[in-house]
Design a protein around this ligand. Structure first.
Ligand SMILES: Nc1ncnc2c1ncn2[C@@H]1O[C@H](COP(=O)(O)OP(=O)(O)O)[C@@H](O)[C@H]1O
Ligand SMILES: [Mg+2]
Length: 435
């Protein structure tokens, strides 16, 4: 459908949709669109086309998409002021960090800053620290990209490197997020950008969130912090960062709030994007290093042939499991699907060894999200663990990555055959934070 909009108005398009500027002049988040270039708006996203000179658009709407014309520009004046503050910084690189609640406009504001900086000819790196609603890199990762041209959606930038956290919410894995942020910061600085724009996640409320954000901020050591003010929730966090140069910006009034389902379906678009062309690869366990937070799957690397101690434990259990490993705080036992283990013997083993026995069944690993790295620690892509073949000692991973894998990190998120998220545990069902 063709829509003509007068100068000074904005066309708001809710995806899934695509829009082509046929004539006139329009901007998206500070980016003056090229004519006849197609702009894709993802499901769950809204894009404002600010019309500078009477413009005609060709709009195609997907299911439940919507288009609406509003008066004026929906980019708040404080965003322009913010850009002036940033442009006035003389240090190279200058690091800008963005703080805000879930759905406050963090991503859009980062997009705006990146576009303005690129238009002014600067080399810009963007570090995306929002693992639940990643714009750059797959969901559950933090990642960075170098922007060489303006974009309507940061999702279109190619990640230069990523760090896999393996969860959608930072609250239970915040040390990993902090580690990843520091790691990628070092790498970014080696590329000598003029500016680094850092986006963060929306976990901002409560003492734990503030403590976590302070650690991120200290690692990044930003030259300016932009705080997106949506309501009073952020006041304690803003108070806690008063040693830094801060600048308050408004949250756009026309912002589109998303519910948990929408946020999840946006993540699922991310899994689909990064699993495109995936095939099931069989990777011998002896070829790779396995990383997992709880050490359970990591123990696959250790046991080739059974140590004496483990044989003793098997005797206590009265069975030979598919895999057994003694970890610091537990005995990890994997048994065949549908197999029975005598609870009495488990209790006796626990008493004899003084550690808890954790029993899992073969097949429990199915669907876990994984990340693959090469020998230099470069992120190669994500995959879905389909099966651990304990007999042949092989991992079967559905992934587009086909070579030079040397480390496999196993996450907490689980995906079904259609790449939809399934809650892994009680924790994931009731996250502390919206993701
Ligand atoms: N100025 C604006 N006008 C219209 N829609 C906007 C504007 N700023 C943001 N949005 C839309 O509101 C939604 C939430 O913004 P987003 O930047 O994704 O927030 P966050 O990153 O904080 O979750 C997105 O769909 C975004 O495109
Ligand atoms: Mg965002």
């Amino acid at each position: 459908m063709r829509i003509t909009v007068d100068a000074g108005k904005t066309l708001l398009v809710d995806g899934p949709a695509s829009v082509t500027l046929v004539s006139g002049i329009a901007e998206v988040f500070g980016y003056a669109l090229r004519q006849m270039g197609k702009v894709v708006i993802r499901d769950g996203k809204r894009m404002p086309f600010a019309v500078k000179e009477k413009a005609t658009f060709d709009v195609s709407l997907g299911e439940n998409a919507n288009v609406e014309e509003v008066e004026g520009d929906t980019i708040p004046p404080s965003w322009e002021e913010a850009y002036k503050e940033l442009a006035a910084l003389e240090k190279r690189p200058s690091i800008a960090l963005v703080l805000g609640n879930v759905d406050s406009g963090k991503t859009s504001f980062c997009t705006y800053l990146v576009n303005k900086l690129v238009n002014d000819g600067w080399k810009v790196a963007i570090l995306d620290g929002d693992l639940g609603q990643s714009d750059i890199g797959p969901p559950c990762t933090i990642a960075y990209a170098i922007a060489s041209k303006p974009v309507t959606d940061l999702f279109n930038l190619e990640a230069a490197n990523a760090y896999f956290v393996g969860a959608t919410s930072p609250s239970r894995v915040f040390e990993k997020v902090i580690f990843g942020v520091a790691l990628l910061k070092e790498e970014i600085l080696k590329r000598q950008p003029d500016y680094v724009v850092v986006n963060t996640d929306g976990w901002v409320e409560g003492a734990d969130a503030i403590n976590y954000k302070l650690q991120i901020i200290n690692r990044m050591d930003p030259d300016i912090i932009f705080c997106i003010k949506q309501d009073e929730i952020l006041t304690p966090l803003f108070t806690a960062i008063k040693n830094f140069k801060t600048f308050m910006v408004e949250s756009p009034q026309t912002i589109r709030q998303r519910n948990r389902e929408k946020r999840r379906s946006l993540r699922e678009l991310g899994y689909i994007k990064y699993l495109k062309g995936a095939k099931v690869q069989s990777i011998p366990i002896s070829w790779v290093k396995i990383e997992s937070d709880d050490g359970e799957l990591k123990s696959l690397n250790k046991t080739f042939g059974m140590a004496k101690r483990e044989r003793e434990i098997c005797d206590l259990l009265g069975m030979k499991p598919l895999h057994i490993a003694e970890l610091k705080d537990k005995i990890y036992v994997v048994i065949g699907k549908g197999r029975w283990i005598d609870p009495e013997k488990v209790r006796n083993t626990e008493k004899a060894v003084g550690k808890k026995v954790v029993v899992v069944w073969k097949g429990d690993e199915k669907g876990l999200l994984t990340a693959l790295y090469n020998g230099e620690g470069r992120f190669l892509g994500i995959g879905v663990l389909r099966e651990i073949d304990y007999i042949r000692k092989v991992l079967k991973i559905f992934t587009p990555v086909s070579s030079s894998v040397s480390t496999i990190a196993i996450g907490k998120v689980r995906l079904d055959k259609n790449l939809r998220e399934i809650p892994v545990s009680q924790e994931e069902k009731t996250p502390l934070v919206q993701t």
